[in-house]
Design a protein around this ligand. Sequence first.
Ligand code: FE2
Length: 250
Amino acid sequence: MATNGKYNMVLILLLICSYLSQGFECGSKDEFRPSDDVYPFKLHSLPYPKYFLMPVLTADILSAHHDHHHQSYVDKMNAYIEKTPDFQDKTLVELINEAKNDEHLQMFAGGTYNHYFYWWVLTSQKNSSPEPQGALLEEINKEWGSFATFKEEFEKSSRMLFGSGYTWLCVNSDSKLEIRNTVNQINPLMGVDGSLCYPVLTSDIWEHAYYLKYKWDKTTYFSSFWKIIDWSIVEMFYEKYASNLQPVPL
Ligand SMILES: [Fe+2]
């Protein structure tokens, strides 16, 4: 009986968190830790509870996206590396570096890395802020004139991506910020199109990222994305890694 009471209380708290997560803190986000994992890879847990991004992204979207789709990329990457001993001592970033001419790595290592990147740049509405600060904001203003114009251009780029892929903000080899789309699970660190770009921010444009809530209205998903950006971590990714032409070790 006492156990049932405790279980019901947890359920009630989860429901309150789910519906009111805009208004107060429900759970928290983990501190970022770089990863140097090698084969066999294990899927990292999400850096926050599944209801943390409500109402922009629902808990059932995060369950399907992380527990099913992200897990499946990690499993397929392990199955591929099991048969490819040369890759067994490589970190995820080192595998991404090898992916330019390897379609299996593009799909499986890319799918693993890109999703980690996406999870980390998101946070609850309460913890998000309207725009970045410091060096990143200065560079955005330099490149696009204003943060509002940058947002418009990023959303426009997402709308122009037909099919599945990602929209990235990244630092190119001229050390300039750039908005770039990649298809499927390719990312700009692979140099597939001939030029490297070091990621700062990403939006997942695969249907599985939004369909359970937004259905065919992906424009609303793109515009809602800004409400849950963790600019403090995006600034850190820019300052510590991308601006030094380094990939974030995930
Ligand atoms: Fe995805």
